[in-house]
Structure formats: structure tokens, C-alpha cells
Design a protein around this ligand. Structure first.
Ligand code: COA
Ligand code: MG
Length: 290
């Protein structure tokens, strides 16, 4: 799996020059430059030209750059790919993916151009068919990550938005399961009420507890909350260190199990503890460059 942090992935409409410029100084782990639903029909052509130019002339530092093109069932997708290819994109995010065949079709197009020989694919998981095919989609060629499209999913399922996201749990967990089975990144859907900090915090923490790597965001004001929720906090880092020390001590005595805070610590917990420390270090390194 990509060891880069994806705590925050900020959507920016490819038509908004000022917002793209602003992103160069924002503390976001990744940017999703959007040509799909955040761009109006009349703006599609201008947005793709502006985005290609921006990607070729502006520096975004260590932030991962992911470009959401339109789907191949629309009239815009081929041109999106043609124009964006000039900028040698590191990752393309394909919307409304239904099956591995959709990914294969994009992979074939990337293969056909020298500029996109190394471009990886991310999939929007937001249709009932896509959720049912999550396993094969995650395992398809060039796949690097899932973004959950909770707004489209709610529309398709005809479910309600609830604070506990109960109607969404099957889809969220199916995607996570598929992502982990294939070793790719999984990033949670957006929180629409971008002025409701407390609601966002609760939803970030739920996504984190489920196992997501981070959250997609729509406004810069949401960044700090997502970045904090998806980073190991001081208590988690301290516990990981103490578990490793206690386990080393137990091993030296020829024991296979240690006890920390009244709970057993076995080899598998040490794998998690080391992953926590590695993640904290990767975040600290990335943060220096943001
Ligand atoms: N990325 C980067 N900068 C952003 C931004 C974003 N997603 N959203 C807002 N900003 C910037 C604005 O440019 C503005 O900067 P400025 O003051 O230097 O000009 C500042 O943040 C404050 O913006 P604000 O006035 O609070 O927001 P708004 O009313 O202009 O826009 C939204 C609100 C929701 C329309 C806007 O945030 C947006 O377009 N978000 C992305 C939507 C999207 O991509 N959706 C698709 C996926 S769900
Ligand atoms: Mg969508």
C-alpha cells in the first residue's frame, strides 16, 4: 500500500483558478482536482485547459495530486484524458465505477500514451453495482485507492443522511474490506455541512475507527479536523512505544506475551504498534513540507 498519508483529500473544482492557487499553501495531504460534478457543463472545456496548464506550471509540493475526470459514458471523458495527459498526471480518479472492466478500459487508455505510462488509478465507489463489485475493482490493474462517494450513494440507495451513517455502513465496510484485501488506500466520503465543525469531527472519528485512511473534504476549513482525526495522537504513540518496549523485554526473558495497561500484547499487536509509529513519522515528514 502507498505509505503516504491521505488524512485529508481536498476537492477543488478545476474551473476555480484562485482555489487551485490557494491549495499550494494549504495543509492538505492530497488534492482532488475535479473536472466532474463540481464543474458546470458550460465550464467543462475551459476547466480542463486551465487544470492542465495549472498542473504544468504550478508546484504543489508533497501534496498528492489526483485528477477526477468525467466518466466514459459522458461526452467529456476522452478529451479530459487527452488534455490532462500533457501534464503527466500521477493519478486519475474515475467516477461512478461499476466494475473491473471500467478500470481496465481506463488502464488501456493510459497504457496507450507515453505520458501516462506510470499513472495510477483511483476509483469513486458510489454506485450500488460498484459496491457489489468492490473486490474485483480494488484488484484491477493500476488501482491505488478508493474514494467513497457518499452523496451519489445516498441518492442511488434512497437512504437518509444520519449522524451515525447506519444506512451507509454496508457500503463503507464493503469498500474497506475490498481495499484492504487488495492493499490499496481507502478514503471516506465528504461531510456536506462545511461550517459544522463538531459534526465533521464526529464523522471523521467514525471513519477513522472503521479503518479509513482519511476523509475527502470540500472546504479548507475542514482540513485541521480531518488531519487531527486521522493522525495517531500522543496517547496512541505513547502506548505503541510502551508496547514495543514491554514486548522486547518479554522476548528477552523467553516469553511470547507481555502485559501493558492490563491488556495482553502479542506479536500481532507489535505489528500494529510499529505501523502507528511509522505512520506518525510519515505524517511528521509530510507536514514539514506543507
Ligand atoms: N479548495 C481550495 N480553496 C477553497 C476551496 C476548496 N475546495 N473552497 C473554498 N476555498 C477558498 C476560497 O477560494 C476562498 O479563498 P479566498 O478568500 O482567498 O478567495 C476561501 O477558501 C473561503 O471560501 P468561502 O467563501 O468560505 O467558500 P465559498 O463560498 O467560496 O465556496 C464551496 C464554498 C462549497 C462552493 C467551495 O468550498 C467549493 O467549491 N468546494 C468544493 C466543491 C467540490 O469540489 N465538490 C465536488 C466534490 S463533493
Ligand atoms: Mg459522485
Amino acid at each position: 500500500m502507498d505509505s503516504r498519508p491521505f488524512r485529508s483529500m481536498l476537492y477543488i473544482p478545476g474551473s476555480k483558478e484562485r482555489a487551485m492557487e490557494k491549495a499550494r499553501s494549504l495543509a492538505t495531504d492530497a488534492i482532488i482536482f475535479d473536472l466532474e460534478d463540481a464543474v458546470a457543463v458550460d465550464e467543462k472545456a475551459n476547466a480542463r485547459e486551465l487544470l492542465a496548464k495549472t498542473l504544468m506550471t504550478s508546484e504543489f509540493g508533497p501534496r498528492a495530486k489526483v485528477i477526477r475526470i468525467n466518466g466514459f459514458d459522458t461526452e467529456w471523458a476522452e478529451a479530459d484524458l487527452e488534455v490532462i495527459a500533457q501534464a503527466r498526471p500521477e493519478a486519475i480518479l474515475l467516477p461512478k465505477v461499476n466494475s473491473a472492466a471500467d478500470i481496465q478500459a481506463l488502464a488501456d487508455r493510459l497504457e496507450a500514451r507515453a505520458q501516462t505510462a506510470d499513472t495510477v488509478i483511483w476509483a469513486m465507489m458510489e454506485t450500488p453495482q460498484g459496491i457489489l463489485n468492490a473486490g474485483e475493482i480494488a484488484a484491477a490493474p493500476r488501482m491505488a485507492g478508493f474514494v467513497i462517494g457518499t452523496n451519489d450513494l445516498a441518492k442511488e440507495l434512497n437512504c437518509r443522511f444520519r449522524a451515525d451513517r447506519l444506512p451507509m455502513q454496508y457500503a463503507l465496510q464493503t469498500c474497506l474490506m475490498a481495499a484492504r484485501a487488495a492493499g490499496i488506500v481507502a478514503v471516506d466520503g465528504v461531510y456536506n455541512a462545511f461550517k459544522d465543525d463538531e459534526g465533521l469531527r464526529v464523522e471523521c472519528e467514525q471513519g477513522r475507527d472503521l479503518g479509513f485512511d482519511g476523509k475527502t473534504l470540500i472546504h479548507p476549513a475542514q482540513l485541521a479536523i480531518a488531519n487531527a482525526a486521522f493522525a495517531p495522537d500522543a496517547a496512541a504513540i505513547d502506548l505503541a512505544r510502551r508496547q514495543i518496549a514491554a514486548f522486547d523485554e518479554a522476548t528477552a526473558k523467553g516469553l511470547g506475551v507481555a502485559v501493558v495497561d492490563g491488556k495482553i500484547v502479542e506479536n500481532l499487536h507489535i505489528v500494529t504498534a510499529r505501523a502507528t509509529l511509522d505512520r506518525a513519522e510519515a505524517i511528521a515528514t509530510l507536514q514539514k513540507g506543507l
